[in-house]
Design a binder for this molecule. Structure first.
Ligand SMILES: Nc1ncnc2c1ncn2[C@@H]1O[C@H](COP(=O)(O)OP(=O)(O)OP(=O)(O)O)[C@@H](O)[C@H]1O
Length: 237
């Protein structure tokens, strides 16, 4: 029997910014169709890890694999071509473009829009009648939903989300969790999410990992009865 390669695999990855090394020998694996949540306090290297996977930062040591592909030296557009959609934490939308144009950006062909949007409109009905509105005029919560919607429009093999629940009210968080769980059930999309919201992370993920000063210091099953307690202990100041 042949085993299926994980959607994402990091082997001993170290990376950072010029003089400062942030990630230190990080190894992790997200099986195909699974969702892993990375948690940790501010400044521990969570966003750096996503940027490293995406090829925005060079790997100083180690390897990154996306399925069967060695993505260690790929550039961001090449990583995207491997089926990876990434919702970054900063400046991720084009505020002067319409909702429609923001959603279209990751599509190979405009002709795919209508069919793909039909599904998105079910998950996020708020966009159905507002496609021409500028993205910059949406509320903070709506912009976060648009980010996730844009990622899902691409029908990615792997979705990377950086603190998508930051600053959102509970009902929007609830809708996002529903949309991500629906996407996984329906399409088997693999996900790797960076989160500060422990309840959300444990609701959408199968496994959690805790990053402290650039290293994975704890991990476990999201469904374990003591998962939240373990994570909260790590997040305490
Ligand atoms: N462009 C940069 N140049 C130099 N150092 C940076 C840069 N971006 C981030 N860092 C540093 O790298 C470290 C990790 O930052 P990172 O943004 O990955 O943390 P994080 O865990 O995502 O934090 P948060 O939860 O606050 O978003 C921090 O010390 C930060 O100051």
């Amino acid at each position: 029997m042949t085993s299926v390669a994980p959607a994402l695999r990091l082997e001993g990855v170290s990376s950072g910014y010029k003089a400062s090394m942030v990630l230190n020998d990080v190894s992790l694996s997200v099986p195909r169709g699974a969702c892993a949540a990375l948690l940790g306090k501010n400044g521990m290297g969570k966003s750096t890890l996503l940027k490293t996977v995406m090829g925005y930062l060079p790997k100083l040591r180690g390897r990154v694999r996306l399925g069967e592909v060695d993505a260690t030296r790929l550039r961001p557009h090449e990583v995207a071509r491997c089926g990876v959609a990434y919702a970054a934490q900063e400046q991720p939308l084009f505020p002067d473009l319409s909702i429609r144009d923001n959603l279209r950006l990751g599509l190979a062909r405009d002709s795919l829009f209508d069919e793909r949007f039909e599904e998105i409109a079910e998950l996020f009905p708020v966009f159905a009648s507002r496609l021409r509105q500028h993205a910059g005029t949406l509320s903070g919560g709506e912009q976060k939903m648009l980010l996730v919607a844009r990622g899902l429009m691409q029908r990615p093999a792997l979705l990377l989300l950086d603190e998508i629940t930051e600053g959102l009210q509970p009902s929007v968080i609830e809708r996002l969790a529903g949309a991500l769980n629906w996407e996984r059930e329906r399409r088997g999309t693999s996900m790797f999410i960076v989160e500060q919201n422990v309840a959300f992370a444990l609701r959408v993920a199968d496994r959690y990992l805790v990053l402290k000063q650039g290293a994975i210091v704890d991990e476990g099953e999201a469904g374990a009865p003591d998962a939240a307690g373990h994570i909260i202990d790590h997040l305490k100041v």
